[in-house]
Design a protein around this ligand. Structure first.
Ligand code: FAD
Length: 457
């Protein structure tokens, strides 16, 4: 069998490493940070396991992958009922939407206009050439103006009109108000609002995958950021001062870092294109509260443009676990740009800002006793119209050397869910032949399937 390097121990890389090792290859898994899980990792704040923002395993997960996760986690994988709220025009609306609460909670003017938009849909014929117009065409101008327009600006940092139709295709699963209604009818049944979540935090999925990989023989190297991938007679990977030789490399590291690490360097047009694409950053602000629970809800969503927070989650409410009884931890997701005013704010200022925003949104004063933050530099790829050409180039790019394969959320610069990237990891492992060469025809077919992924929120 052959020597395979897998780069990045997020869920994509972990599953790729595990299944490549199970196929009998000699596998080294390189991870830049000190833990596995990437964006799907968990860690402790005030004695409680927390995630990098609200994470759930969605029922849309492929049954084979679901069986693998269940097998690894056993009873620790809990079935939970979603219980969120959206702050819409100074009112709380239950999310997922359900017919009864929707009628009671949605502002009457809003519902009436959405009804009129639905009737007028056959008459809407304007050219669909942006995220904003796509949403307006599919779900009507009211939902576009009052929900998606401000929310998209907050998440991506650019006006919805400057974002591409492709983003709407990837991020918004409903293509008509009737589909929203059908989903709401499904959610009216308790099992229509299910999700899955591990007892010890979302990161338990990755930790279990990592442990299974080590059992299968994966040489897992933490604190080993890959700096160079030299394609000579072998593929030489350099990380943390050591260089090893491989037959093939499966990379889920961010694409901009990969093109810089590759030797010989890729064509300058690709280097330029990758440099042109922007990715929105996020600060995760954790507020520690000296009380057993803040609210009974798992997540609160804030489309309002005057609030920096896009979503607030309360870790305890995602699971049944032995969390400390007298304290709870909130996590506010704050999209921003690296080095902007928010990114460079102190923890204390961010804590006070979030507390103030929660109060302004009609929630109780959290009266937090401590604040911790984490900063993620690459969270949401921004599908800007201005950079659509560069994005097409990057999407079509394959490394010149056929021994290098690129996958994962940051590798392919997509906004995909964990079940999507695990499917990528599984496919990446499957296309490595016994002799360590990569079956590129099979990989191209897999890439065509990945292009169909639509994010679940
Ligand atoms: C706020 C938020 C909420 C989300 N909620 C959900 C949800 O509810 N449900 C869901 O299914 N998905 C959710 N996701 C998406 C989910 O987190 C990702 O799909 C998943 O973590 C991507 O996995 P990955 O392995 O492709 O990449 P990542 O998790 O980004 O892992 C990449 C890994 O590569 C490592 N790396 C980077 N550079 C190098 C280098 N040079 N050398 C070695 N290693 C390197 C990184 O440290 C990281 O560990 C959410 C994401 C965010 C940001």
């Amino acid at each position: 069998m052959s020597r395979i390097a897998v780069i990045g121990a997020g869920p994509a890389g972990l599953l790729a490493a595990l299944e490549t090792a199970e196929a009998g290859h000699d596998v080294v898994l390189y991870e830049a940070s000190g833990q596995v899980g990437g964006m799907s990792a968990s860690f402790e704040v005030a004695g409680q396991r927390v995630d990098y923002g609200s994470h759930r395993l969605h029922p849309a997960t492929d049954p084979d992958l679901m069986a693998r996760i269940r097998n690894l986690l056993g009873d620790d994988l809990q079935t939970r009922i979603r219980n969120g709220r959206i702050r819409l025009e100074d009112r709380w609306v239950s999310f997922p939407l359900q017919p009864g609460p929707m009628v009671k909670e949605l502002p009457f003017g809003f519902s009436a206009r959405v009804g009129i938009d639905t009737l007028k849909k056959p008459l809407r014929r304007s050219k669909v050439d942006s995220f904003d117009k796509a949403i307006s065409q599919r779900l009507g101008p009211t939902i576009a103006e009052r929900f998606y327009r401000p929310y998209a600006k907050k998440l991506y940092g650019e006006p919805a009109d400057d974002l591409t139709v492709e983003l709407a295709d990837k991020r918004v699963s409903a293509t008509s108000t009737l589909q929203i209604l059908a989903k709401a009818l499904k959610a009216a049944k308790v099992d229509g609002r299910n999700f899955f979540y591990p007892r010890n935090g979302y990161g338990q999925i990755s930790e279990a995958l990592g442990a299974a990989g080590i059992n299968a023989g994966v040489d897992q190297r933490l604190l080993a950021p890959v700096e160079a991938i030299r394609c000579t007679e072998d593929v030489e990977v350099t990380a943390a001062g050591a260089t090893d030789k491989f037959d093939a490399v499966l990379s889920s590291m961010p694409i901009d870092l990969l093109v810089r690490a590759l030797e010989p360097a890729p064509d300058p047009t690709i280097v330029d294109a990758v440099d042109t694409l922007r990715t929105r950053a996020m600060i995760l602000v954790y507020l520690v509260l000296d009380r057993p629970q803040f609210t009974a809800f798992d997540a609160h969503y804030f489309p309002d443009a005057s609030i920096h927070t896009s979503r607030l989650s309360e870790s305890k409410n995602y699971r049944s676990a032995n969390d400390p009884a007298g304290q709870t931890v909130l996590c506010a997701e704050v999209p921003c740009w690296v080095d902007d005013e928010l990114w460079t704010s102190t923890d204390e200022d961010l804590g006070d800002l979030i507390a103030d925003e929660l109060i302004r949104s009609g929630l109780p004063d959290p009266e937090h006793v401590a604040t911790e933050t984490r900063r993620q530099a690459r969270v949401y790829p921004t599908y800007e119209q201005a950079h659509a050409g560069a994005r097409s180039l990057v999407e079509a790019w394959e490394p010149d050397d056929p021994r290098v394969l690129v996958f994962g959320r940051q590798g392919l610069s997509v906004p995909d869910n964990i079940h999507h990237v695990m499917a990528m990891g599984r496919d990446a492992a499957a296309v490595v032949r016994v002799d360590g060469t990569i079956d590129h025809d099979a990989w191209r077919r897999a890439r065509t399937r990945f292009a169909e992924h639509v994010v679940q929120d």
